[in-house]
Design a protein around this ligand. Structure first.
Ligand SMILES: [Zn+2]
Length: 323
């Protein structure tokens, strides 16, 4: 059953107040976070047992992505797909995050309740001086070394450290030990999973003098000891002028569009997430024109015809999909 003519879906962001956040979701990305408190993540597009994004525009306004998928999955996701496998987030990292690792699909499927594994990729929108992240183990770190470091409180010494710049992308396949550091504003695409094993929390205590829960045996078990230090991705040209491929893997493709006035997006029978870490993009198609300010996102349904993205000045558009 076809719902109706396809159009780009704009959704209500869902904010999370983890202790490492700040106010940057509002000050840098224009998000309507509550007036007080620190806010770490904006979940832009998701359909997961923990949350399903609420649609804000058009005839589906008020419905969730989960409602739409239940009614007509193919309309939104394309043929043979019954769930939305990706989650798009923005993160304001004002303190270093815990050192963590995510399982792959095979491991996550056996958990209770079952979940997807989590492969993710980070796009650095802003990095304050001294900003740092950790991506992968240093060469030669095996399970014994990692185990010992967890008991000594020295896990950070096992990690590959990167001082990124705005525009850098780092790919974190499932099984890669990682942590985002302080001073980073990040767009993240990941598998729609919330399964995280925390390996090390920098010997931190909370206001009550308690440390956060760690999952050391699971972390040691799911870590991929072969993958080693993760590099900064080298963007690859595609057949479209202005479109560079940052990541291509079996979980998602992640493209950056820039330095072009107008470019085609979507219309290939797949769903697309698009978002603007740097504002000034309009998505135009048959009967609609959606303006994307900085930090705004759209879900282009798989049944939507090809759109034109119009970019002004320094605008950047990130385009994420599953091949
Ligand atoms: Zn992660």
């Amino acid at each position: 059953m076809m719902l109706q003519a396809a159009y780009p879906l704009r959704c209500q962001p869902f904010f999370r107040d983890y202790l490492w956040g700040g106010r940057g979701l509002q000050t840098r990305l224009g998000k309507s976070i509550p007036e007080n408190g620190i806010w770490a993540e904006s979940w832009e597009l998701i359909d997961h047992p923990e949350h399903s994004s609420r649609i804000l525009n058009g005839s589906l306004a008020g419905k969730t992505l989960g409602d739409v998928i239940a009614r007509d999955a193919a309309w939104l996701l394309g043929a043979n797909r019954t769930s939305l496998p990706l989650l798009l987030k923005y993160l304001d990292c004002q303190k270093v995050l815990s050192v963590q690792v995510h399982p792959n699909d095979a491991y996550a499927l056996k958990m209770t309740p079952p979940d997807l594994g989590k492969t993710e990729a980070w796009y650095i929108i802003d990095c304050q001086p001294g900003g740092v992240l950790y991506a992968g183990l240093k060469p030669g770190v095996g399970p014994a070394e990692l185990m010992e470091a967890t008991s000594n409180g020295t896990v950070h010494k096992c990690l590959h450290e990167i001082h990124p710049q705005a525009g850098d992308c780092i790919f974190i396949p499932a099984g890669t030990v990682h942590a985002l550091g302080a001073g980073l504003l990040v767009a993240e695409i990941q598998q729609a999973s919330n399964t995280t094993f925390r390996l090390f929390d920098w010997n931190r205590l909370d206001a009550r003098g308690k440390s956060r829960e760690l999952h050391i045996p699971q972390s040691i078990e799911v870590t991929d000891y072969q993958s080693g230090p993760r590099p900064i991705q080298v963007p690859q040209p595609t057949s479209q002028l202005g479109r560079m491929r940052l990541v291509s893997c079996d979980k998602f493709c992640f493209d950056r569009i820039s330095d072009v006035d107008s470019i085609g997006v979507g219309g290939d029978g797949r769903f697309h997430f698009v978002t603007t870490p740097t504002g000034g993009v309009t998505i135009e198609g048959d009967g609609f024109s959606e303006q994307l300010k900085v930090g705004e996102s759209l879900l282009l349904p798989a049944s939507l015809a090809r759109c034109q993205a119009k970019l002004t000045g320094e605008a950047e558009l990130l385009d994420m999909f599953v091949e």
